[in-house]
Design a protein around this ligand. Structure first.
Ligand SMILES: [Zn+2]
Length: 334
């Protein structure tokens, strides 16, 4: 069993080093560093230093294409989107949206650059976080609209189904979008593996295309070059319950077992109201009982520094995760 956390926003190596020491002290096995387009353009040498520091402390390292093209999860803005107006997703209202189309060759070429830039930092793992087409509920998206209906997607759809792509999100549209995300992931994961890195995938924990989620997890677990399959059932954020953690932990573990790869579940270390911290400890127990081999929290110190999702009591929430992880690790060692 390994435990991990994400880490972002700090780009001053001596501060990062001090924080990595804390993570080592608290028994963490790995750290997911975000590597946004801003990092890629302006902090590449600094990130190289940060990765080296993390590695030297004995921690396994992930790199996350945080908000890259806005196709992946994460707060970071995308310069690709502002600079490539011909490679954006077109929504069902016929207008472009502020995110790249994963089927556009220009965006794929950019992802190859991102992967090569990431490889220079020598991470162990590339973390493909929440890849998605446009959904009307995310920051900056247009409510009620879906994508992508660009010419490339329309042509792919016609080729697969033999008729024009409808304007409604029909079962065929849903099937197309899932196929297209799979095709895109197969591309980036193959490129990552070619550059000598392992690959982890985090799928959104929903049904029927809600928030852009996919259905056939086994099919995603089968992607050549994938080493870790995971999900992030943030039941508190989604207003669901611990059932969601159990259901999706089992689904992840099943896909991992089927394809002989590792499993991972992320826990909500942010935006938790006072008094609800113990539910997160229960979520960790549920995932561990399902056999999940990597337990991770988003993010460092329960996102105390990320104001818009700061929990009511960051110290208590972080301590809740630390205690639960320590308890599970000592139980596993016995
Ligand atoms: Zn498209």
């Amino acid at each position: 069993m390994k435990t991990g956390t994400s880490y972002f926003a700090v780009r001053i190596p001596r501060h990062v080093a001090a924080d990595m020491d804390l993570l080592v002290r608290d028994g963490f096995s790995y750290v997911c560093h975000t590597f946004s387009e801003n990092d890629m353009a302006f902090y590449h040498p600094t990130m190289k230093e940060i990765l080296r520091i993390t590695r030297d402390k004995g921690l396994e390292t992930y790199l996350d294409p945080w908000g890259v093209g806005k196709v992946f999860g994460g707060e970071a803005f995308s310069n690709f989107v502002g600079s490539n107006l011909d490679a954006l997703q077109i929504l069902s209202d016929g207008k472009p949206a502020g995110l790249a189309c994963p089927m556009h060759p220009k965006f794929r070429a950019f992802m190859k650059q991102w992967i090569e830039s990431a490889a220079e930092l020598q991470p162990d793992v590339l973390f493909w976080d929440e890849p998605h087409f446009s959904v009307g509920t995310w920051v900056g998206d247009r409510k009620g609209q879906w994508g992508c209906r660009c010419d490339i997607c329309k042509a792919h759809f016609h080729e697969r189904f033999g008729f024009d792509m409808p304007n409604e999100r029909t079962p065929e549209v849903h099937a197309y979008l899932e196929w297209a995300i799979h095709d895109f992931l197969s591309y980036v994961i193959a490129e990552g593996a070619k550059c000598g890195m392992r690959n982890a995938l985090c799928l959104l924990p929903h049904e029927d295309g809600t928030h852009g989620a996919v259905d056939n997890w086994s099919n995603f677990g089968a992607i050549k070059g994938l080493d870790i399959i995971g999900t992030d059932p943030y039941f508190d954020l989604f207003g669901t319950g611990l059932d969601q953690v159990e259901q999706y932990s089992k689904r992840v573990q099943q896909a991992a077992d089927e394809h002989g790869i590792e499993s991972e579940v992320w826990f909500q270390g942010f935006k938790i109201a006072s008094g609800r911290e113990p539910l997160q400890a229960q979520a960790v127990d549920i995932a561990a009982a399902a056999g999940i081999s990597r337990l991770a929290v988003w993010g460092f110190e329960a996102c105390d520094h990320l104001g818009w999702i700061r929990p009511d009591n960051p110290q208590l929430l972080w301590r809740t995760f630390l205690d639960k992880f320590a308890e599970l690790q000592s139980a596993a060692a016995r």
